[in-house]
Design a protein around this ligand. Sequence first.
Ligand code: SAM
Length: 354
Amino acid sequence: MNKIINILKEKKTIPLDQFINISLYDKEFGYYMKKNPIGKKGDFITSPLISNLFGEMIAIWCISLWEHLGKPKKILLVELGPGDGTLCRDLLKTFMQFEDFYNSLEINLLEISGKLKKIQKSKIDNKKVKWIKKINEVKLGPAIFLGNEFFDGLPIKQIYKKKKLFFEKFVGLSKDHKKIKFLYKKANNNLIKQIQNLNLISVGNIIEYPITALNFLKSIAKKINKLGGGLLTFDYGYISKKNQNTLQSVKKHKYINPLINPGHSDITSHINFRLFYEILKENKLNVKKITTQNEFLKKIGIIERANILSKKMTFTEKANMFYRLKRLINYKEMGGLFKVLFAQKKDGKFSLGF
Ligand SMILES: C[S@@+](CC[C@H](N)C(=O)[O-])C[C@H]1O[C@@H](n2cnc3c(N)ncnc32)[C@H](O)[C@@H]1O
């Protein structure tokens, strides 16, 4: 909290995206830089930690894409924001069972947090895995970019529209300098132009502009156009065109005000998948359909796989596996709340899971 207060004492106000960036990713102060927030004992849980079936099914999907591409001699998997490394560890376990694929495989893990990188390294001891800091470091293709809850944790801007005027959300200090508060300032022309170009202004009066995510999408699209491959991403999000205020903060599996404990709680927003779709299309990629996690996992055979595994399980093991599977695919839980998007080169025709 002190770091933000000191910055605000000096600068008076900072835009929302800068506030999120400092709260989550500042080298000393940032939430993701100090500890591992994921898991039962942390603040929130993600699909790979719920069940290893998640990673196993995605591994099969990756191998199918590689086959569809004509089994290239080299294939690169780039995991975006690998968290505690569970997904990569589970993927590798399955990949190892497919010798030809495994021999062709290299993996890049894109991670900003030194703390999480250490945890990932303790789980993954494999010469095929290299850590990178920027998309630009991706040199090998075809490249499969894979993200689970990567984009929804990136800083966003919020803009409030009142009649024909636009105001950007900022963060500032209360009079006694003890509390942080939100305030709005007139948006500058450059920002207005950007949201107008994105077609974001038509519906609703709170506009969310995922500026960092869109920059990532553009550089990933550039790589896919050059090297081949695709982007598969799972995120909390919506498909309707309506703009929504989705900024939220989570601590110990409960929602809290993002201003109360910055640096000690996660801050996320939901993905506007329609916007993602349009940006990827604009950047010459082919996105056929956006689906739900339920539909995707079911289409690639997660239930059949669970039934096969259950044959060798005790009653308790079975109950545990199906309970976890339900959490992954139930519509009211991750199955419906999480959407899945796959983007590939313009002429790509891979559609497994969609
Ligand atoms: C919500 S966690 C998701 C973790 C993991 N994918 C999972 O499903 O358990 C977000 C991850 O993205 C990483 N991250 C966030 N911003 C990043 C950036 N700009 N570059 C690289 N990694 C980033 C975080 O450090 C963290 O590993």
